[in-house]
Write a protein that binds this ligand. Structure first.
Ligand SMILES: [Zn+2]
Ligand SMILES: [Zn+2]
Length: 570
C-alpha cells in the first residue's frame, strides 16, 4: 500500500505548531530578563510583565492557529478521500491482473474505469462518518494543546522565582529550571485509554495513519464487492505486531469492507479477527485479496526461529521509538534552554539518541541483505525491458556490501557496490549503473559528452529567452518540483538525479540541492559517468513528472542514453 500521508504530513504540521508555542513563550522569557536575581521586587515586576505577555500569547495563538488548524482539518477530508480512491484503483489493477492469470471472478463488474469517480461518490456515508470522527478528535486535541500551553506558561512564570530563590545563580538558569519539565515532556496533552500521555504530533500521526488505512481498506473492499470477491489473506511480512501474529498468513472472509458472509468459504471472519485485536492503532499489518487458485496458498506457520526474530524485531522497534522520543526531548531542551551550558549539554544528549535511533532503524529494516532483496523484488515493476534486464544482470555480477560511512559508491577495482544504511532503491540503481558503465566502457569511450554540452547550451539559450538564469527558468516552468530549502529553493528529493546532472553539466554552477563537489567534477569523465548513473536512478524510479522534466532538461542526452540501452540488450 502506498503511503498516502506523504504529501501532507499532519504529524509534522502539529509538530510545527508545538514548536511555535514553545518558541514564542521562550522569546518572551528572553525579552524581559532580570539582572539581580536575588531582588524580590524585580521578580514581581517581571511576573507582572510576563502575565501581560501571557494574555497576548493566548489571544495571538487563538487567532493565529485557528487558520492553521482549519487547514489541517480540511486536509483530513482530502487525505481520506484520496486514500479510499487509491485503495479502489489499486485493487482493481490487482483483480484485472489475477483475471489475466486465469482467475474467474464470481461477479462481473458493471462499471468501467471511467465511472470510477462516480462509483466512489456513492456509498460514501461510511467514509463521511470516518472523516467526521477524525476531524472531531483533532478539534478536541487542538483545543487541549492551546490550553496546556497557556497553563504551563503560567506555572513557569511562578516557578522561575522559586528556582531563583533556591540559588539557580543566573536568570537563564532559573528559567531553564522552570521550563525543564515542560520542554522535556512537550505538549503531551493527549491521554490514551491506557493512561499514557502523548504529544499532539505523535497522536495526530497515529490517528491519521489509522484513519487513512481504514479509508484505503474501504476503497479496496468496495472494489472487491463489485467483483463478488470477499476472501483476503493477511500478508506475511518482516515483523508483524505480536497482536496480529495469530492472523498473519491466514485467509479471512472480509465482512467488514468487502461485504463477505460466513457462507463464502471455510475461513474465519474479518470482524471477529478485529475484535480479537487485529488492526489495532499503529498497526502496520495489511491484507491483500486471496484469489482462490491464483494466490500463493496460506502459510501461517512460523518456525521457532521466525517467531524469535519477530519478537526481537518488535523489541527493537520499541527501543527505536524510545530512542526517537529521547532525541526529540533533548532536541527541545537544547533548542529552548536559555543557558549556554545547558544548551550544549542537551545537544550532546540529542546527538547520542539520534544516532541510537538511526542504528536501531537500520537493524529493524533488516540491513543490507534486506535492502538488496527488496531491490531485486522491485525489478519486476520496471516497465522498460532494457533497464530491467541490465539492472538484473548487473546485480548478478557485483557484490553488495554495507558502506562504513554515509556514502554509497561503486568500487570499480573490487567490483563492489557499497551502500549507505537505509538508502532509497533508486540509489541502488544508480550505483549499479556505475557498474554497468564500467563493464560496458560506456562513458570511457567518450559517449554522452557532446550531447551533455549541447543540452547545457540549449538550456542557457532557452533561459536567456525567458530573461533569467536556468534555475529560475526551471522554477517558473516546474514550480511543483521545488521546495523551500535552508538556502532558498531546491528540487524535491525525487528530482535529485536531475539536480546532480545540472550541477555536473554546469561545472558546479547550478545548485538545486543535490550536488557533487566542484573538485569531483574536475575528474576525468565525472560529468558523463554521473549523468549516466543518474539516468539509471531516474529510469528505475519511473516517476512520470521527473521523466518529463528530464526530457526537457537534456533531450539530446536522453535520446543517446535510450538508444545506448537498446543497443546493449540486442
Ligand atoms: Zn498489527
Ligand atoms: Zn554516482
Amino acid at each position: 500500500m502506498a503511503k498516502i500521508n506523504d504529501e501532507y504530513d499532519i504529524g509534522a504540521a502539529f509538530a510545527a505548531v508545538e514548536n511555535e508555542l514553545m518558541a514564542s513563550m521562550i522569546r518572551n522569557m528572553k525579552r524581559h530578563r532580570i539582572e539581580e536575581v536575588d531582588e524580590k521586587k524585580e521578580w514581581e515586576m517581571w511576573q507582572a510583565l510576563q502575565l501581560k505577555s501571557l494574555e497576548q500569547y493566548k489571544k495571538a495563538n487563538a487567532k493565529r492557529f485557528q487558520n492553521q488548524f482549519h487547514e489541517i482539518n480540511g486536509q483530513i477530508e482530502s487525505l481520506l478521500y484520496a486514500a479510499k480512491e487509491q485503495g479502489g484503483m489499486e485493487q482493481e489493477i490487482k483483480i484485472l491482473r489475477a483475471i489475466k492469470k486465469g482467475f474467474k471472478p464470481p461477479k462481473q463488474r458493471t462499471g468501467s474505469t471511467a465511472t470510477t469517480a462516480e462509483f466512489f461518490k456513492l456509498n460514501d456515508r461510511k467514509l463521511d462518518a470516518l472523516i467526521k470522527a477524525t476531524q472531531n478528535d483533532f478539534q478536541k486535541a487542538e483545543t487541549a494543546v492551546l490550553r496546556m500551553a497557556n497553563d504551563q506558561y503560567r506555572k513557569i512564570i511562578y516557578n522561575a522565582q522559586v528556582y531563583a530563590n533556591t540559588g539557580a545563580g543566573t536568570y537563564e538558569k532559573a528559567v531553564d529550571m522552570a521550563t525543564k519539565d515542560f520542554l522535556s515532556r512537550g505538549i503531551n496533552c493527549i491521554e490514551y485509554a491506557n493512561g499514557a500521555h502523548h504529544t499532539i504530533a505523535d497522536y495526530a500521526a497515529m490517528a491519521i495513519q489509522t484513519a487513512s488505512k481504514r479509508a484505503y481498506l474501504q476503497g479496496e473492499g468496495e472494489m472487491r464487492k463489485e467483483w463478488g470477491i470477499s476472501t483476503v489473506i493477511m500478508n506475511k511480512r518482516g515483523n508483524p505486531c505480536p497482536k496480529c501474529l495469530p492472523f498473519v498468513g491466514k485467509v479471512l472472509i472480509d465482512d467488514v469492507w468487502s461485504g463477505g458472509k460466513a457462507s463464502d468459504g471455510p475461513y474465519p471472519l474479518m470482524s471477529s479477527a478485529i475484535t480479537a485485536g487485529l488492526y489495532h492503532p499503529r498497526c502496520k499489518d495489511i491484507h491483500t485479496t486471496y484469489f482462490e487458485g491464483i494466490s500463493t496458498p496460506p502459510d501461517s506457520k512460523f518456525t521457532r526461529q521466525e517467531v524469535k526474530e519477530i519478537a526481537d524485531g518488535y523489541r527493537a522497534e520499541q527501543k527505536q521509538q524510545y530512542a526517537k522520543r529521547q532525541a526529540d526531548r533533548f532536541g527541545r531542551l537544547a533548542e529552548y534552554s536559555l543557558d549556554e551550558e545547558n544548551q550544549k549539554k542537551y545537544q550532546k544528549k540529542e546527538r547520542f539518541w539520534k544516532n541510537a535511533a538511526n542504528e536501531l532503524k537500520y537493524i529493524i529494516s533488516g540491513g543490507a541483505e534486506r535492502q538488496i532483496r527488496e531491490f531485486n523484488n522491485s525489478l519486476d515493476d520496471i516497465s522498460d525491458f532494457n533497464v530491467r534486464t541490465l539492472l538484473f544482470q548487473s546485480g548478478q555480477r557485483v557484490k553488495i556490501k554495507t558502506s562504513e560511512n554515509k556514502k554509497s559508491y561503486f568500487d570499480r577495482n573490487k567490483k563492489i557496490v557499497y551502500l549507505a544504511k537505509s538508502v532509497e532503491k533508486g540509489t541502488v540503481a544508480h550505483e549499479l549503473f556505475h557498474e554497468i558503465d564500467n563493464t560496458y566502457r560506456i562513458t570511457e569511450s567518450g559517449m554522452l559528452k557532446e550531447n551533455i554540452q549541447k543540452d547545457y547550451q540549449r538550456l542557457q539559450y532557452f533561459s536567456s529567452g525567458y530573461g533569467t538564469d536556468i534555475k529560475n527558468m526551471l522554477y517558473s516552468k516546474y514550480e511543483e518540483a521545488f521546495t523551500n530549502g535552508r538556502n532558498g529553493i531546491k528540487l524535491r528529493p525525487e528530482y535529485r538525479g536531475i539536480s546532480d546532472i545540472l550541477n555536473g553539466m554546469s561545472d558546479g554552477k547550478i545548485n538545486l540541492g543535490y550536488i557533487h563537489s566542484k573538485e569531483y567534477w574536475k575528474r576525468d569523465k565525472a560529468v558523463e559517468s554521473e549523468t549516466w548513473a543518474q539516468f539509471g536512478r531516474i529510469l528505475y524510479d519511473q516517476n512520470e513528472e521527473v521523466l518529463d522534466m528530464l526530457k526537457f532538461v537534456c533531450p539530446n542526452t536522453y535520446e543517446e542514453v535510450m538508444s545506448t540501452l537498446k543497443g546493449m540488450i540486442k
